[in-house]
Each structure stands twice: as structure tokens, then as C-alpha cells.
Design a protein around this ligand. Structure first.
Ligand code: ADP
Ligand code: MG
Length: 211
């Protein structure tokens, strides 16, 4: 894993967000202010503009460069949260150019912990945490039972999808949607959907690179 891997994952995330832009915008118009996907795409465009710099770095500094750029370009609630995810992963990934499944699970869990500390949302608040926390837990369970990388890359997108779908019937207790009360029920959280799509795309990309 190095800066090129990080950039390949960013590209995969970008492609799926582009494909689902209208859908995520519509979800956010229902329970937010409609800007989530555009915030995120603006951030990823800024990462493309610094591609050569990211690709030249080792894994942790590449993640950290991307994190800082997202913080200054995404905005909204999700900018600082995505910063925390990547920065938290980078801190846990020092010298992690070769990485076991367990290393990767610990690095991801550290990133998700950083998001939880920043956003103070747990499972059931109808946010991206309903995807990130279950995926981090499943990742750790699989790693601790010595699952092969391919099995992990197959399993995590499924867990992400379950978590995303579960937000539909939740009341929101964090973020803008929390002002809607019962009216938020019946709508999938846009940040859960974007996170789930990115996790699916990144796993597919990493699986493809292993073939
Ligand atoms: P804003 O709420 O400022 O318009 P964005 O549009 O950038 O922010 O992002 C909205 C998404 O951020 C929500 O769909 C939700 O998933 C996520 N979110 C909001 N607040 C939190 C929080 N405290 N913790 C985790 N995720 C959150
Ligand atoms: Mg918004």
C-alpha cells in the first residue's frame, strides 16, 4: 500500500459518487440541505488536482495529505468527519507499506474511532456511522478469524449495504436531519449512502488489483 494505492481508491470513490450524484442529492434534499454530494465531489476534485503529490508519497503521508485537502475543501458536517477518518487512519498506519489484514482492520478502526470522537454519533443516529461502525467491526472480526483479503473485500461491501439500508427506518439524532423528527423516517441518510458506495468501490478496486 502506498500513495498510488490511495489515489486508485480515491478514483474508485469518485467514479461511484459521479454515477450516483443525482440519487444522493435527492436523498439529501429529503432530509438535509442537498449539498452533501456536491461538497464531497468538490473535495475529491481537489484531490485529483494534487494527484502527483499523493502518488509520490508512502501510504500514511498520502492519506494525510488527502485528509488535509478534504478538510479545506469539503465543508459541511462531513468535511471534518472525512478528515478525521483519513487522518485517524494515517496516524495508525505509520510505516505500513506492507499490511496484513489485521493491520488494515486496525487502521480502519482507528479512522472510524476518530470520526466517532469528532461527530459524537454512534450506531442508530442515522448517519454515516451506521455504515462505518459495523464495517469496522466486521473487518476486525474477519481479521481476527484470519480471513483472506479476498474474503474481507467481498464481505465488507455487504455489511456496508446493510448498515446503509438500516438508516431508512431510523429517527435522526445527529446532524440536520435531527430537526425533522418523525419526518426523517423512511429516508436513507445521504452520508450513509455515500460512505457505503465509497466502501463498495474501494473494496472492488482493491480486489481487482489483487487479481
Ligand atoms: P451538513 O449537515 O452540514 O449539511 P453534509 O451535507 O456535508 O453536512 O453531510 C451530511 C451527512 O453528514 C449526513 O447525511 C450524515 O451522514 C453525516 N453526519 C452529520 N452529522 C454527523 C455526526 N455528528 N456524526 C457522523 N456523521 C454525521
Ligand atoms: Mg448538507
Amino acid at each position: 500500500m502506498n500513495g498510488k494505492t490511495v489515489m486508485a481508491c480515491i478514483e474508485a470513490a469518485h467514479a461511484t459518487l459521479k454515477e450516483h450524484t443525482d440519487e444522493i442529492a435527492a436523498l439529501d434534499q429529503q432530509i438535509g440541505d442537498g449539498d452533501h454530494i456536491f461538497n464531497l465531489l468538490r473535495g475529491i476534485d481537489a484531490l485529483f488536482a494534487m494527484r502527483a503529490g499523493i502518488e509520490a508519497e508512502a501510504f500514511a503521508p498520502a492519506l494525510d495529505q488527502a485528509a488535509s485537502k478534504l478538510l479545506s475543501t469539503v465543508g459541511g458536517s462531513s468535511g471534518p468527519l472525512f478528515f478525521s477518518l483519513l487522518h485517524g487512519m494515517a496516524k495508525a498506519a505509520q510505516n505500513a507499506d506492507t499490511m496484513s489484514v489485521l493491520d488494515a482492520a486496525r487502521i480502519f478502526a482507528a479512522g472510524v474511532d476518530a470520526v466517532a470522537q469528532r461527530g459524537k454519533a454512534g450506531i442508530g443516529s442515522k448517519t454515516m456511522m451506521d455504515v462505518l461502525i459495523p464495517v469496522a467491526s466486521r473487518f476486525m472480526e474477519l481479521a481476527e478469524s484470519s480471513a483472506a483479503p479476498e474474503a474481507v473485500l467481498d464481505a465488507l461491501p455487504l455489511r456496508a449495504e446493510e448498515g446503509m439500508l438500516a438508516t431508512r427506518d431510523m429517527l435522526a439524532t445527529k446532524g440536520r436531519a435531527s430537526f425533522l423528527g418523525e419526518r426523517a423516517r423512511g429516508h436513507i441518510d445521504p452520508g450513509a449512502r455515500s460512505s457505503q458506495l465509497m466502501i463498495g468501490a474501494v473494496c472492488a478496486r482493491l480486489a481487482q488489483d489483487r487479481k
